[in-house]
Design a protein around this ligand. Sequence first.
Ligand code: SAH
Length: 466
Amino acid sequence: MLLTISTTVQPATDLGFLLHKHPDRCQSFDLSFGKAHVFYPEISAERASAALLLDVDPVGMVRGKSRDQSFLLDHYVNDRPYVASSFLSVAIAQVFRSAMSGRCKERQELAETAIPLSARIDVLPVRGGADFVERIFAPLGYQIQLTRHPLDERFPEWGESPYFSVTISGICRLGELLSHLYVLIPVFDNNKHYFVGDDELEKLLEHGAGWLGTHPEKELISRRYLNHKSSLYREALARLADDDRSDESEADSLPLESLLEQDEQTVPLNDQRLGTVLATLKGSGARSVLDLGCGEGKLLRELIADRQFERIVGMDVSVRALEIAQRRLKLDRAAERQADRVTLIHGSLMYRDERLANFDAAAIVEVIEHLDPPRLSAFERVVFECARPRTIVLTTPNQEYNVKWETLPAGSFRHSDHRFEWTRQEFQQWGERVASQHGYTVRFVPVGPVDERLGSPTQMGVFHRD
Ligand code: SAH
């Protein structure tokens, strides 16, 4: 099993510093399953290559941990010593530990610089064919060269084997390349040699940081890396989504609301809104509550903390948001689930849903502006006609207030996913019509600092029926 890493950075001899392995020596390392050797098949100022050769001891492996398992020929006669698998990942992590973490005593700047690099993996077992190699490496910006090996050269009629020689080339940091290989090599093989537990999840997130969250195949990669353990990969995906989302919100939505919050130097608007909604729900005397469009569960957390609320259901159309909510609220632990006091359900406010019937109150916080205006009438029927709780607390941005944000270009919305933002008059006209059509009364409450002329940043309608 051979991995060769090459560079044409000038001078290429610096590869020795980057890998912390002297180019003039062949070095060997003892690993639990055999030996690793590092040497340089070529080294010059123009081009250098370092090879990591793994010598896996299949008999020693079987005699070790799995000795008491029943004898299987498969233990001795298999492809493990010859192919790139999770053994190679373990070897990379041990032999190139500093390089993978981006540290370099002598050439730190170079370790932090994207340089021309390539990695050749001799004998990569690919469950999924040549396309699969493309799908995994191309989104990371690599050029890919593949050679597929026949099952047996002497018997071409036997056809192709699942074994490839793969070279990936690109401009990146050495630490990135090693992290990509560390995570992805076992993904092709889809067969880990050791027990996969929580620490593997942490390793996946650590070495996948900065790239896995945005990889189009992140689901498949996480699933295979974690040996198809569904509890682990679900958590991995939720945490990756989380990282991803925090990047996104920094990129677009945050500057708007958070800047306002900084200007005000008071309780952040988000917290004021939650506090007002919670107080209104409490004041209504509700014991069962719906949080419709609950997102990542900020309001749910407050509701759970208050014993007045005996039955709490959060619904959202986004599975990703629900996964994050589930994790944040620790609903997978029985104690937190509190005998089904809290339930998350996947659903859309566009469709009648019997699960929403028989609740005292519903909160719909910063959701309607995400709905297409022509579909608002469907939403009205689902909430006011079908679910029909006695109290409905609904908030939405007040568009008039947007001019207070210097950073928000005139005429734009606060979030790229908003389909509309209403003035106070538009919201009140809508609320009054819906209330009278469905037998509710409505009052309007400003949330956040009130500007005499423009009103408050958030507007809230409280609907009630007897
Ligand atoms: N109420 C939360 C989230 C607001 S963001 C909070 O205040 O933090 C808007 C949420 O509405 C998102 O989570 C989005 O997934 C959800 N949403 C959008 N359209 C929806 C629909 N048709 N049905 C249910 N939820 C929807």
